[in-house]
Write a protein that binds this ligand. Structure first.
Ligand code: ATP
Length: 244
């Protein structure tokens, strides 16, 4: 494995007086995929948000490459090449598809913007067909593709994808995972927070399972077998619960 691109050391995160993460440590090697698993409320989104600069930790440190990004605001973290796709997609529903893509590349040099938008549309041609449609009127799967296209238009070093498959039909889930796999093959490091355990593990190299805000288990994804899944995540095979 190569050097870690992301290192989270002993992270505590609180919402007011309520603590959501307790001493969480994990790391992701450059070019690899980390699956963050856990039941509802285990702290997956909190971990994603605090790495992305949206929720400041109360203790611990976060390193992105050699840079200490602990407590850095989200826009600065993004600038370093760490893109967060929030649960709920993080698109602008009132804007058209093309305007959503324009906003995603607005920080780029003027001459680079059109190329970046075209690259994003090449990834998901359906977005080209719908360029003048309001993002909020796209289907759930198309909205998710738009979220990924926005994230990949200017290729980041690392994507944190939070519950991308939530509420999507099985075929769309397939295509979202295929896109993530493509992103990985192009060298992008991925942190995947998921309730769809088996799907996430099949893409991931390593895995961390959160239980009530703590690391319950971590190790190679290939070692997260049925016994581990059962012990830390219970009976539910959430892959069977993909909504239509
Ligand atoms: P889910 O799969 O349901 O999205 P999760 O594993 O992503 O769950 P989090 O959303 O990180 O879990 O929540 C972890 C804990 O922090 C929960 O107890 C939750 O109620 C609490 N929490 C999350 N966001 C906030 C907030 N903005 N204010 C107060 N408490 C919060």
């Amino acid at each position: 494995m190569s050097e870690p691109l992301l290192r989270v050391c002993d992270l505590d995160v609180c919402y007011g007086t309520s603590q959501a993460l307790f001493g969480v440590s994990t790391e992701v090697a450059a070019g690899s995929v980390l699956a963050v698993l856990g039941a509802n409320g285990a702290g997956k989104s909190t971990l994603a948000r605090s790495i992305s600069g949206l929720v400041p930790p109360t203790a611990g440190r976060i390193f992105f490459g050699d840079t200490d990004i602990t407590g850095e605001p989200a826009h600065r973290v993004r600038k370093l090449g760490l893109t967060y796709i929030p649960e709920g997609r993080g698109i602008f529903p009132g804007l058209t598809v093309i305007d959503n893509l324009r906003m995603a590349v607005a920080q780029e040099k003027r001459g680079d913007r059109a190329g970046a938008i075209n690259r994003a549309i090449d990834l998901f041609p359906v977005l080209g067909d719908r360029r003048t449609q309001r993002a909020g009127s796209l289907s759930g799967g198309e909205q998710q593709m738009l979220a990924l296209a926005r994230a990949l238009a200017v290729p980041p070093k690392l994507i944190i994808a939070d519950e991308m498959s939530l509420g999507l039909a099985p075929l769309i889930v397939e295509s979202v995972f295929r896109s993530l796999d493509e992103a990985r093959k192009s060298g992008i490091t991925i942190v995947l927070s998921e309730q769809f355990v088996h799907r996430a593990l099949s893409l991931a190299d390593t895995c961390v399972i959160l239980t009530r805000g703590r690391v319950g288990w971590s190790g190679p994804a290939s070692e997260a077998g049925p016994e581990i899944i059962h012990r830390y995540l219970g009976e539910v095979d959430t892959d069977a619960l993909v909504a239509d």
